[in-house]
Write a protein that binds this ligand. Sequence first.
Ligand code: COI
Length: 334
Amino acid sequence: MTSQPQRPAFGTLLTSHMAVAHYRNGWSKSEIQPVGPIEISPAAHMLHYSSTCFEGFKAFRRADGSVHVFRMDRHIQRLQQSTRQLVLPEPDPAQVADMVRAVIQRCRDAVPEAPGALYLRPIIFGTTANIGAATTPTTEAMMIVLASPVWDYFAGGAKPLRILVDDQNTRSAGHMGVVKTGGNYAAALAPIMNARTKYQADQVLFCPGGQVQETGAANFILIREGELLTRSLDSTFLHGVTRDSLLTLARDMGYTVSERKFDVLEMLDWVRSGEAALSGTAAVLTGVGTLIYNGKEHPVADGQMGPITRKLRAQLIAVQQGDAPDRHGWLERV
Ligand code: COI
């Protein structure tokens, strides 16, 4: 067996430089600067009232050395939507794209070869120093684009996941699921930690009212021969760009894609012979091996990553890395 090189855990390694812009009556010109501590007031709006949002997407290095960023426009649109929902200053999409390109250009050597990628993380947060501004928006803000060389998100690589099905908690307030904001991740953390301790689960699948929704940091898809099923878009969960990409590729490959609500019982019935997987920029498409519901373990088919999950994952990665045609114009060379 060949040994895997030691790779840093997802998100722990940053590139040397970041792009930074400030907002006060308008966005400043952005600058590239070394990654390091930033100065904000301890009274900053974001620290007290969570006016903060982020994005996550990847750039890929090809064998010929060229670097290509995946669906940057869609992620920037989602960032704009998050700022509107949080009443943060909305960024100009062209400026965000330029900041991303500038970071990639400055840190080109840090873009890993396949199967690694450069994870791009724009963040926008409120910096107005006013601890009384609980019900008024920030008037000042910062935007930073960080970048991180990444490999697998889940520590076990492509090992099938153990997922706790939770029909008691919600991941976020109903209208906030669609917003990519830190508070949603904070809200999911205690249920995830309980699931880890009690069931050695990797993640929690939130199913408020018995309706399957999403996990703490990824969307959820049921898969079987010729068919995919996932929850239809509404404000309660994040509209994953990876979800959209996988559904599009599946349709291209002739699969029927159903987007509708479905409940826990239908899911448990599906996984007797079908497959289940988590999708996201970080997760890509990672197979689920076991669902744990009401203290009982339900193996997903034979408990291994399913063959169709593997095929869809491979197809997405092939497009991202330029090994399959980019029919939908998802990649930009930087
Ligand atoms: C992503 O897949 O980009 C995410 O946002 C997950 C992340 C919180 C690591």
